[in-house]
Write a protein that binds this ligand. Structure first.
Ligand code: FUB
Length: 328
């Protein structure tokens, strides 16, 4: 027994010594950026006792051939899981592997992605890969794109998958200023028609450019998206509130934009639900003030708050990030 206590004491002393040597206490906030290196279009998720972020590797298109994921027990410390998806497991990815969206369903994890930055007549678009654990490796579910064509003017990129309370899956996607909604089958392998027989419904709100996201809160559908050019300083996020997952999505206003004291080009976000009542975090990318390369985008987390009338308050971008919020 005494021996066990001695070992425990040594372990605690060693840990304190490491922090003392580094001259720092353990981090009290996540800091921003929250991930090391250039990562964009972050999709946040919570699976059991862990937070996850699945970002785009922000680099020239030809170098975007794999995705890393990051996990955290508390939003403050993050562990990198390299190459959860890559050309090794999805043969048709050539480049421009963008904007992962993850959902747990049927006891598995489905990672939707877009690849190849396709234009009319080109091969690629939105695909789906599946794994038994959130860290993958994810394998191609279909062996081909799920959406490989341009419909209603929307480039097949920037998908986001949402499960409504009745169990119906919806996918929102689209670049080039057009957003489509589709319904997905329960096994997430195909599109299913709407009541009128169509497979694609355009739901584009005013000023929409790309990066759709949807969350349901108190029975309302909060639809959000990015505006302006992702390479520029005025990239930003706006939102609408609707009574249905298919809108209409009437633009309410901006919730995230550049701040001359913090960063520029803030956009392509997602939202994580914290453990408290009505506790929300926005995960997004932004460009540091001293960077000008389009690809130098860093993933950050800040609080997302609602007012008493259910409107989203403008996000205050910070360098501190967020405090520890363990899930267990
Ligand atoms: O990261 C590649 C592309 O840049 C995304 O698909 C767009 O939304 C923009 O963030």
């Amino acid at each position: 027994m005494r021996r066990i206590w001695f070992i425990l004491l040594c372990a605690v002393a060693c840990r304190s010594a490491v922090f003392a040597q580094e001259g720092a206490d353990p981090p009290r906030t996540s800091g921003n950026p929250v991930l090391p290196g250039w990562y964009a279009d972050p999709e946040g998720a919570v699976f059991d006792d862990a937070y996850w972020i699945y970002p785009t590797t922000s680099a020239p298109f030809a170098e975007q051939t794999s995705l890393d994921a990051f996990s955290s027990p508390d939003l403050v410390t993050w562990t990198r899981h390299p190459k959860v998806l890559s050309t090794e497991h999805v043969s048709w990815i050539r480049s421009a592997l963008w904007a992962p969206s993850i959902i747990r369903a049927n006891g598995r994890y489905y990672l939707f992605f877009s690849a190849n930055n396709i234009h009319e007549g080109e091969y690629g678009g939105i695909g789906v890969a599946v794994a038994d654990t959130p860290e993958g490796p994810f394998r191609d579910l279909l062996g081909r794109p799920l959406v490989g064509e341009i419909v209603h003017g929307a480039q097949p990129i920037d998908q986001f998958v949402f499960r409504d309370d009745d169990g119906q899956y919806y996918m929102y996607y689209g670049g080039w200023r057009h957003c489509n909604a589709v319904k997905l089958s329960a096994d997430l392998s195909r599109l299913v028609p709407f009541d009128d027989g169509s497979l694609y419904r355009e739901v584009t709100p005013a000023d929409y450019v790309e990066g759709p996201f949807l969350l349901k809160r108190n029975g309302k559908y909060y639809f959000m998206w990015s505006e302006n050019d992702w390479t520029g300083p005025d990239y930003c996020v706006a939102y609408a509130i609707a009574d249905s997952p298919l809108g209409p999505f009437v633009r309410e206003g901006k919730i995230l934009e550049q701040d001359d004291a913090v960063a520029r080009g803030a956009g392509h976000h997602s939202v994580i639900k914290g453990p408290g009542d009505d506790e929300w975090y926005i995960v997004y990318h932004r460009r540091p003030l001293d960077e000008s390369s389009a690809h130098h985008r860093a993933t950050c987390i800040d609080r997302l708050r609602f007012d008493a009338d259910g409107r989203i308050l403008p996000v205050r971008m910070t360098f501190e990030g967020v405090g520890p919020r363990p899930l267990k």
